[in-house]
Design a protein around this ligand. Sequence first.
Ligand code: ADP
Length: 485
Amino acid sequence: MTVRPMQVLYVSTEIHPALKTGGLADVNAALPRALCEAGADARLLLPGFPALRDALEGARRVASLAPRFGADTINLMRGSLAGIPTYLIDAPALYGRPGNPYTRSDGSDWPDNLQRFALLGLIAAAFADGGIDAFRPDIVHGHDWHAGLACAYLAARGGDRPAAVFTVHNLAYQGSFPGDEFARLGLPAHQFSMHGLEFHGALNCMKAGLFYADRITTVSPTYAREIQTDLHGMGMDGLLRSRAGALRGILNGVDTLHWNPATDTHLPAHYDALELAGKQRCRAHLAGTLALTPGEGPLVAVVSRLTPQKGLDILLDALPSLVARGFTFALLGSGDARLESAWRKAADGYPGRVAVRIGYDEALAHRLIAGADMIAVPSRFEPCGLTQMYGMAYATLPLVHRVGGLADTVVDASPAALERGDASGFVFDRPHVDDLCAAFARARLAWSDAPLWQGLQRTGMAQNHAWSVPALEYLAVYRELRPQA
Ligand code: ADP
């Protein structure tokens, strides 16, 4: 008997390298590929943003759809992105805008975001008929609020429909719209209720996913527990507790195609766990390009969106005492204007010891993570976090707040962990300057013990975060819902 591959429609918005605003793009380039390698027939469904349309290889039209949500022309294109079979929704009126896929250049949301992402959900659900490209998925797997309405549209179909899996990459962004816009969606009226996608009178796309999905996953086991609490639940903790039986935490992986110090094309030198000499060359090159003259202590990298989530205001407060203790900092980030200017000011205050680059720069991100001795991720909350995992793969020791995926991936260099031999970084318990500084003080001590430091580097490098592992966990979730596939 031949087993039919599990057919998965993977619904999201961005994908590395064509279009990226954060870690979601890295996940989307790696997970569907890993699902295919594990035997699934996984295909992407993405809005036809210009950067994606330009990158789509072998594009051909597979369907023309009736006008909807203010878009006169809606074509479905099929091709491939990052080697993954992909459907793009070509609807220029809704998606034909360059730049950030969610916001205008001034950072404000597009006023028609509801229509833009409702179309994505509506078309995802339309695959249920099997009439589009003869592809009828077993599973529609939506990611974050942009794909939340796919779950509502599927639920509205009832009957024999694909099962819906919804993955939360960040509960902080929920896609909330005025309740009176619900009428635009063409969904049954009963869905606009507390037992549906209504949230305190508003229409909430994240809640649509959380309420209507057959299974909910999030990107680390600790975050799966945290979002069921008042502290991290962003108002959804009650709903998530009620759905605890359907909720799973599956840790993200590292895409070794793009993040491997032995092959990384962005680096001036290469290295691996057996031969770290190339890392020193990366460090010298980085210090040179950023005009840094590192002190006696470690060179610390930060590569991050600049939002309150990331806790970089805490690091900023600690900067004077850390620079005095010999640390040197190099930050690459963009986002919140106030944080950007505060970090720029810090760079002016410590020439040669604090370098700041505001903007988005993929190559520099790789060179920072390779050339630094440590990477700091002091996030107040962190669903998974990728940069601490990239750091470990690049022998760059992470210093992180014990929260979410950071807690799941970094083992603090406590005496017990050092004894066991599984320590891989420095972890602090409360997002406060004092705790952060105490962890840096321990890092400074470890730095002066070269064999100890190298042991930590090698432990981090030896971790296996290959995407093949989480891909099997996702497949297991799909099989719970569709055992026959
Ligand atoms: P989040 O998804 O919350 O932004 P993650 O740690 O999961 O955080 O993923 C961040 C991704 O974005 C990583 O690949 C990181 O290298 C990249 N990144 C963040 N800021 C920048 C930047 N300014 N320039 C280049 N890459 C960046």
